[in-house]
Design a protein around this ligand. Sequence first.
Ligand code: F0G
Length: 453
Amino acid sequence: MPTSQTIETIARLRCIACGATPGSAGQDFRCAACGNLLEFFFPGWAFDPLLSDPASLKSLWLNRRTSSDALDQSGVWRFRELLPHIPGKHAITLREGNTPLYRLPRCARAAGVENLQAKHQGMNPTASFKDTGMTFAASAAHLGGFRWVACASTGNTSASMAAYAARGNMHSLVLIPDGKISWGKLSQSLDYGALTCQLRTDFDGCVQILNDLVRQKPVYLLNSVNPYRIEGQKTAAIELMEQLAWEPPDHIIVPGGNLGNSSAIGKALLEMRELKLISRLPKLSIIQAQGANPFYRCVREFGGKKLEPMTADTLATAIRIGNPASWKKALRVLQATGGEVEEVTEIEIATAKAEIGADGIGCEPASAVTLAGLKKLRRSGFVQPGESVVLILTGHALKDPDFTIKFHRGDLFAGTPEQPEAAQAKYLQRAPLVLDANLGAVIAALDAAERNS
Ligand code: F0G
């Protein structure tokens, strides 16, 4: 089968609430009739012979891994048969996706499960999962002839958008909260040449201003309300299934912030089952920080009937979000896959992050909510010891070194009500030793460490 083959997939937009199917989307990607979000669906799939042949589709995707074509080398565009069609000449790719799946033996013991793996989306070109959606949505902006793209962000979306805009010769506008975003992320958007505005508000305040802006200016919105973002991010789940030889795990666990990622992974799972690429659905569970838990409360307190926005606060700044845009999409996939929601404390997050680090993997704080959540889901019995679990790690450890250094020095919770409880995590802390520059001091440190190991 030729590896360069592309299929004109017929994609349409549909409102997730009222079912309207507009011919095109407005600047804010919301339904003109009812204001809810739009999503892609694919009426053309039923008539496509390749899509009714799962074995051929799988081997087409596998063969592309040996191709030297830029699109085939991308872990997103390699799966383009399941995405809306964007002509190759508009594709902006940094060879995103292709992220590793790692075993986590120590974390497995800590969580009380036998089979625990992590798909590390922090191993993308700008070091977060955002690149998989951004390659596709930035390409859609290019196709649309936009000069400016824009996003509100807690730091990772903006880093990713700035990189892809630069690669596609577009200008980018970043709205981020002033403070409460990591230096690593901020520095990326500066280096990639974005116009970076730190607004004196939080992420939710930035979103509001951006929504007003796109109604007045011809800028292309690249937040995850943009359905092209969701399509690109679907490929993480497709790639995961390929890595697992199309044998789904029992559980997939993701962090929940604005809830685009969980929506995308869930959409991919449902579509893969529809196309018979997989025969059963993993349960998709969503974990939030306790201080930024509007979706947890939506499900647990309000039975999914409403989402009450809140003022969010957590040291996991990536998910410091009080009014998640995609909550209805996430709720649908949570229910369709039979997943669960959980909330985790700041200390649980910090502990889980250090445990993932101790497995030689590392991640940023928001990603570690997955392991912290798994421990709770194990304790509640929702996850059984013999079940297989995949955590989605969303960002690289180097995104937020401040958090890591403070944790290991024992400063992370200094002066907070959590300080006494934080002592429980002391056994994971590895503060640097400041020693005199002589051999004896280093040997003494080595011997002491050996005695304590
Ligand atoms: N993990 C990381 C590292 C993130 O950066 C985000 C979101 C999430 C998890 C949550 O994903 O929003 O799809 O539910 N970061 C966004 C940003 C909001 O602006 O970078 P979600």
